[in-house]
Design a protein around this ligand. Structure first.
Ligand SMILES: [Zn+2]
Ligand SMILES: [Zn+2]
Length: 113
């Protein structure tokens, strides 16, 4: 997972913070978590954006953009509030692949910080 860009939460575009979840004695999962305490959104480079629930396998949406080169779910790297555009980046370090998406009216655009 790259460390030069932090992912943004795909629910309300807050910067996410890196976390490490111990999975077993010698294996842990690195992921990013939304800094909003009521938002349980996470991003992991294997699953993309997920909202983990205790005791349930993570549900991830298959319509998340993926990097063509690495076949990894991409994360939101920047939000252009002027044009309502979000830019996606690949979690693989130095991967130049990016994508953009326009946020439709009635979506998350009503959120104001
Ligand atoms: Zn969030
Ligand atoms: Zn890539």
């Amino acid at each position: 997972m790259r460390t030069d860009i932090l992912p943004l939460c795909d629910k309300h575009y807050r910067t996410m913070e890196p976390c490490i979840a111990p999975f077993s004695a010698d294996y842990s999962i690195e992921f990013f978590r939304c800094t909003d305490k009521f938002c349980h959104r996470c991003f992991s480079e294997r699953l993309g954006y997920v909202t983990p629930k205790r005791g349930e396998p993570p549900l991830f949406s298959s319509d998340q953009p993926r990097c063509d080169q690495h076949n990894r779910p991409m994360f939101i790297s920047t939000l252009d509030r002027q044009r309502n555009m979000i830019r996606y980046a690949c979690p693989e370090p130095h991967c130049p692949d990016t994508g953009t998406e326009t946020i439709g009216a009635g979506g998350q655009t009503s959120f104001q910080p």
